[in-house]
Design a protein around this ligand. Structure first.
Ligand code: FE2
Length: 413
């Protein structure tokens, strides 16, 4: 049965009963998970205090030459995040940044009427909407998404997943589908609030959809150490509640490309760099102190937000990414908790283009079909608020801008 926002609350008690029945010692299991996550977070905090890196980093040229140390890969799997530096040259990224500014200014983005009710994504987060612009089809975005270095990067990242089994493959790690997303441009001194810690890709669905439950089936069976967050099984078959707040494609990673230099204090990305945190998030609502029809405040049709009340042990691990430069890229697993700092206390803009990885699979092919007409007409990408700012924009990218690779990635060939 398709999941809907209206029926979600009523469906929760029965699902919780079922899950508790299958895991009568959930309190004991969660205690072990909490202990493991707390140890991981203590390690993260200690590394930070010592000025040591927490999030693994790779130089693009090392990745291209296949010279990435196995320890780095192990760390990516644990932390669920990686910084890949120099995917684009600093000059290229800075040019794109200027071009995006011109595109927005020339087309009067700031003066356009905006209907805040359209954008459901940020409305339940404690902090308000940061400086995220609802544009998808500028030339810099299209160019960066279809670039060769981006394809090499995504291919390498996709292959960290378990993408096939003897009886078939979950997705094609070497072929990408473009999932068009927006840009962030944040002025120095900007004090409009950031984004509270959250996870995208579904909230209540993670418990209510039987297929989504199988993704973390080992955790719900108490065998939490057997969970492999990079196992592609079931991932592209999960069902989300249709909503402009939920990603309906399968992404192996969320990510962005830096257009300006930014680091701690500059109003940029924060992560809880642990793939085990999701196991805690999934099991926590099954304890007795959570109301029968509640999943620790998870709300249908919203991102899954992480609160001090229910997820205190995790929040201690929230950290800002280290300083990145134009052309560097940041990637995080779709189940990793992330947010955006409340203010930009730096002296420069902190600007990014959101570009993640969505490998070829039936689910993403369907998404491309919905996305194609939006590209051709300049409407907002299908998963997002239908603001449609770019319909009349001059300088918007069209079909003629797509390279053969880009045409394929957009589903035109
Ligand atoms: Fe997010």
């Amino acid at each position: 049965m398709p999941l809907t926002i209206d029926g979600a609350k009523e469906a929760i008690p029965a699902v919780k009963r079922e899950l508790r029945c299958a895991l009568p010692n959930v309190a004991e299991v969660l205690a072990a998970v909490t202990n493991a996550v707390e140890q991981e977070i203590a390690e993260i905090v200690a590394l930070q205090a010592a000025g040591q890196p927490v999030i693994p980093e790779i130089a693009f040229e090392a990745l291209r030459a296949d010279r990435v140390a196995p320890e780095t890969v192990t760390q990516i799997r644990r932390r669920g995040a990686v910084i890949i530096r120099g995917v684009f040259s600093e000059a290229q990224a800075s040019d794109w940044n200027d071009e995006l500014g011109d595109y927005l200014a020339r087309n009067g983005y700031d003066e356009a009427d905006k209907d805040p009710s359209l954008d459901k994504y940020f409305s339940n987060l404690e902090a308000a909407r940061p400086q995220i612009f609802g544009i998808y089809w500028s030339r810099p975005q299209v160019e960066a998404r279809q670039s060769e270095t981006m394809a090499v990067t995504r291919q390498w990242l996709n292959r960290l997943w378990r993408w096939q089994e003897p009886n078939g493959r979950h997705f094609d790690p070497d072929q990408d589908c473009i999932y068009a997303d927006r840009v962030r441009r944040r002025e120095p001194g900007d004090t409009s609030l950031g984004l509270s810690p959250h996870v995208d890709g579904g909230s209540v669905e993670r418990w209510l959809d039987p297929t989504y439950r199988r993704v973390y089936g080992a955790a719900f069976a108490g065998d939490w150490q057997a969970v492999d967050p990079f196992d592609g099984a079931y991932r592209s078959a999960v069902q989300e509640i249709p909503s402009p707040a939920v990603c309906s494609a399968f992404r192996t990673y969320q990510g962005w490309t830096a257009l300006t230099k930014q680091g701690p204090g500059d109003g940029t990305l924060q992560l809880i760099p642990s793939t085990r945190a999701m196991i805690y998030i999934l099991l926590r609502p099954l304890l007795d102190d959570v109301a029968e029809d509640d999943l620790c405040d998870a709300a249908p049709g919203r991102s899954l937000w992480i609160s001090e009340r229910w997820h205190g042990p995790l929040l201690k691990g929230l950290m800002t990414i280290p300083t990145v430069h134009p052309g560097d890229t940041v990637w995080w697993h779709p189940d990793v908790v992330h947010g955006v700092e409340d203010r930009n206390s730096g002296t420069g803009y902190s600007n990014v283009m959101y570009i993640g990885a969505a490998p070829r699979c039936a689910k993403n092919d369907r998404y491309l079909e919905a996305q194609k007409p939006a590209f051709l007409t300049g409407r907002s990408a299908p998963d997002f608020a239908a603001e449609d700012f770019e319909v009349a924009y001059s300088g918007r990218a069209g079909l003629d801008m797509l390279t053969p690779r880009g045409r394929k990635q957009m589903g035109f060939d």
